[in-house]
Design a protein around this ligand. Structure first.
Ligand SMILES: *[C@@H]1O[C@H](CO)[C@@H](O)[C@H](O)[C@H]1NC(C)=O
Ligand SMILES: *[C@@H]1O[C@H](CO)[C@@H](O)[C@H](O)[C@H]1NC(C)=O
Ligand SMILES: *[C@@H]1O[C@H](CO)[C@@H](O)[C@H](O)[C@H]1NC(C)=O
Ligand SMILES: *[C@@H]1O[C@H](CO)[C@@H](O)[C@H](O)[C@H]1NC(C)=O
Ligand SMILES: *[C@@H]1O[C@H](CO)[C@@H](O)[C@H](O)[C@H]1NC(C)=O
Length: 251
């Protein structure tokens, strides 16, 4: 008999407890100002709404994936790259330069005498296009890089519609901000003048083509050979002049 009563009572108690826990007339209304783009200043915002005046208000931001993350408008010691403010019932979190490492779930939190509340805002980035660069490697090779790419991507090589990728090697390095530096070297035995270095991601497909023109190697390498020889001979002349002037001075 007693057991039956307990079973009936338990859900009731739990209901009471949870009601009490989330009691308080205070609410947070989350809002993100704009679409989230890589390397842009980003503002997350929560408005506090309450049916009565609030006393002893403490507001702060937390991040689900990082236990130690806390941004507190009252504190001078907030995570680098983050700023938070609380004015006129609005709590903001400004991320100065959004990177993939900043992705995750943020919570705006409020504690007052009359209750507490929190709301979550998910932050994710579609894509960081990265910056293209190319270096002429050794003769017979071309190299291209996309630095600061997200998500992880591949480089394919084309000469118009001919796929040359199987004659290339690609390496990918992860940066501390969560982006990748992707570099590829193509062996160019076929001696075409133009190649396309093409960035592909699983998610977005082919999204950046960069045409590379190979310099005329027959001309360019001997020129640099001559100039180093010239430099060397000028250095020798300079050195011998220095020695002869020192010899004069010591006389
Ligand atoms: C935060 O507030 C301070 C002073 O109230 C102001 O100087 C600063 O620009 C604000 N920062 C942001 C990101 O709104
Ligand atoms: C490189 O790609 C661009 C755009 O996709 C195209 O117009 C161009 O003809 C290509 N060039 C080569 C050498 O493949
Ligand atoms: C790769 O290079 C070899 C010459 O070294 C060439 O015969 C072959 O056609 C190239 N493959 C592609 C896919 O271009
Ligand atoms: C080009 O070749 C690479 C590997 O050889 C392959 O992964 C890629 O899908 C090919 N691209 C196209 C457009 O055929
Ligand atoms: C990626 O490229 C950037 C720009 O060139 C460079 O500053 C950075 O050190 C590179 N990162 C890695 C992991 O090599």
């Amino acid at each position: 008999m007693l057991r039956v009563k307990m079973f009936v009572l338990m859900p009731f108690l739990i209901l009471l407890l949870t009601l009490d826990y989330s009691k308080g007339e205070v609410k947070m209304l989350p809002l993100v100002h704009q679409t989230l783009n890589c390397n842009e200043r980003t503002v997350l915002q929560c408005s506090v709404s309450s049916s009565m005046p609030l006393n002893n208000v403490k507001v702060f931001w937390k991040k689900q994936e990082e236990r130690d993350f806390e941004c507190d408008p009252e504190s001078k010691n907030n995570p680098p790259g983050f700023e938070c403010n609380y004015t006129e019932e609005t709590l903001t979190l400004t991320i100065s330069n959004l990177t993939p490492a900043n992705m995750g779930t943020y919570f705006c939190c409020i504690r007052t005498d009359s209750g507490h509340a929190k709301e979550k805002i998910d932050v994710s980035i579609g894509q960081c296009p990265g910056e293209f660069s190319n270096q002429m490697a050794v003769p017979g090779q071309v190299q291209c890089s996309f630095n600061g790419v997200y998500p992880k991507a591949m480089i394919n090589w084309y000469h118009y519609d001919k796929n040359l990728t199987s004659n290339s090697t690609t390496t990918s390095l992860e940066n501390s901000d969560g982006t990748f530096n992707i570099t590829s070297v193509l062996n160019t035995q076929d001696k075409h003048k133009r190649y396309n270095c093409s960035l592909w991601s699983l998610k977005h497909g082919r999204y950046s083509d960069q045409e590379i023109e190979v310099e005329d190697q027959a001309k360019s390498s001997p020129v640099s050979g001559i100039s180093t020889e010239l430099c060397l001979s000028w250095a020798l002349i300079f050195l011998s002049l220095m020695f002869s002037s020192r010899a004069c001075l010591s006389l």
